[in-house]
Design a protein around this ligand. Structure first.
Ligand code: DGT
Ligand code: MG
Ligand code: MG
Ligand code: MG
Ligand code: MG
Length: 258
């Protein structure tokens, strides 16, 4: 087919093919969710429905993009992991990142009413996205550990902060009370002042959510009405520790060598 004289403009496009044989992590993060969560009156410090909506969006993204082998989410962010040998879109960075962030955002709007039937979506939410490459397994695992530790640190702080505020302290008094405290002191404060045992709070709040594909038995009804059980890989939402070796030993198909 003859090319038009305008075809040459393609030469201006940047080559953004990602390095081969490296773990690829795409992290999306809610844009201005401080304001978004305030305006939509999300429960503090954790809104179960908002987190479940995030998880639903991540499962949808995984069901659409099969190269994603694991996703980890907390707060207004989700990290999607693509295997080292992933060849999706010829490993073109902008194509991969923009597809994931766009799919996530459209799902967020699409499923909003299922999680907040009583709340109108006041304005269109948006997410940013970035890709990071990790050549070594230990760097990749440290990346996920960093996000899970972040979840824990923020959740412990926020749980204390809002307990103090609900008990009558002003926000700046609560901030002052927590300044310089270490984890064990925050745990102690929760227990002695509020009878809250931090370890009994929901795992989703303390550890975030991990989504992996696992083979499960699925019952289906055949045309002749007979019920049969088939093995099917489905995206499962877990709230496991992903810092220690146990998770990676139990899920060898992820390909991380311990
Ligand atoms: P950004 O990401 O730079 O556009 O700015 P933000 O405002 O999204 O800030 P970020 O991502 O560092 O922090 C997430 C914000 O979202 C933080 O202000 C707390 C809020 N948020 C996330 N999950 C919840 C929740 O379950 N409940 C409430 N009340 N707020 C939440
Ligand atoms: Mg931010
Ligand atoms: Mg954000
Ligand atoms: Mg965030
Ligand atoms: Mg097109």
């Amino acid at each position: 087919m003859a090319k038009s004289k305008y075809e040459y403009v393609k030469q201006f496009e940047k080559n953004d093919v990602l390095l081969p044989n490296t773990w690829l992590v795409v992290r999306i993060d809610g844009r201005g969710f401080h304001k978004f969560s305030d305006q939509h009156k999300f429960k503090k410090p954790n809104d179960q429905d908002a987190l479940n909506l995030m998880n639903k969006c991540a499962v949808s993204v995984m069901n659409d993009i099969h190269d994603i082998v694991l996703a980890y989410g907390q707060s207004d962010e989700y990290s999607f992991v693509l295997k080292k040998d992933c060849a999706l879109y010829g490993r073109r960075e902008t194509k991969i990142v923009s597809t994931i962030v766009s799919l996530f955002t459209s799902n967020y709007v699409f499923y909003w009413k299922n999680y907040f039937p009583q709340k109108e979506l006041l304005y269109p939410p948006s997410f940013d996205g970035r890709a990071v490459l990790y050549p070594a397994d230990n760097n990749f695992r440290d990346y996920l550990s960093w996000r899970q530790v972040d979840c824990h640190i923020n959740n412990l702080y926020n749980t204390c902060f809002w307990a103090l505020v609900i008990s009558g302290k002003t926000e700046s008094e609560a901030e002052n009370a927590l300044r310089g405290t270490i984890s064990s002191e925050k745990n102690e404060l929760l227990f002695s002042q509020f009878k809250i045992n931090y370890n009994n709070l929901p795992e989703m709040f303390r550890k975030g959510s991990v989504i992996i594909r696992k083979e499960v038995d699925v019952k289906t009804t055949c045309e002749n009405g007979m019920e049969v059980t088939r093995k099917k890989k489905v995206a499962l939402i877990l709230h496991d520790d992903i810092i220690g070796d146990k998770f990676w030993k139990e899920n060898p198909t992820l390909g991380v060598i311990i």
